[in-house]
Design a protein around this ligand. Structure first.
Ligand SMILES: [Zn+2]
Length: 193
């Protein structure tokens, strides 16, 4: 028994093996024929439909590294600070389950270029533990691909939305928090008047 304990102790000192999602044996990302990248009117570079995309199509997988929650918190803060400093970039971490998150902050994860919209044409879905952007409707060739980033209300003021849709609330928040933010904004504007 003692020996077993010794073994497991030594094992725990080994650096964590890094797990990358979606790359092939040579470390290359797959091709996603539905998407092209180009500069976006919403923000920086964006993702666009390279051809017509039917409703409910799996458009592109959100690739990245599987990381434990503790590491995720650390990286999330670092990405947030870097984004604030450069007024560019974002936090690219998805909540997967109670133990792990997916960090998509890698150049080979081109899904990270998809912008947020208040009226998105895609949705990020968990498909058996993989995150895919799925078409919410039929999408014309050349349309920008967007999804709701699903941010909670914490720090909402730091995430202005420039999607330009008629229903744009002005900030990036999850569908569920839109109503709450509307109330906050209403209160604020009436107290200013
Ligand atoms: Zn918007």
């Amino acid at each position: 028994m003692a020996r077993k304990l010794k073994d497991s102790k030594r094992k725990s000192k080994k650096p964590r093996k890094r797990v990358f999602v979606g790359l092939d044996e040579d470390g290359n990302p797959p091709e996603f024929p539905y998407v092209a990248t180009a500069s976006s009117a919403i923000h920086n570079r964006g993702l666009f439909a390279a051809k017509r995309i039917p409703k409910e199509a799996y458009i592109i997988q959100y690739l990245g590294e599987l990381i434990p929650k503790k590491e995720s918190t650390r990286r999330g803060l670092a990405q947030h600070d870097a984004a604030q400093e450069s007024e560019d970039g974002s936090v690219y971490i998805f909540n997967l389950d109670e133990k792990r998150d997916l960090d998509g902050n890698f150049e080979w994860n081109i899904a990270r270029l998809a912008n947020h919209s208040c009226k998105p044409n895609c949705e990020a879905q968990d498909i058996d533990g993989e995150i895919w952007l799925v078409a919410l409707r039929s999408i014309k060739k050349g349309e920008e691909l967007t999804f709701n980033y699903g941010y909670d209300l914490e720090h909402w003021e730091e995430h202005p939305c420039l999607c330009g849709e008629s229903n744009c609330i002005g900030y990036i928040v999850s569908k569920e928090d839109r109503k709450k933010l509307q109330k906050i904004l209403k209160k604020r504007s009436s107290s200013k008047a």
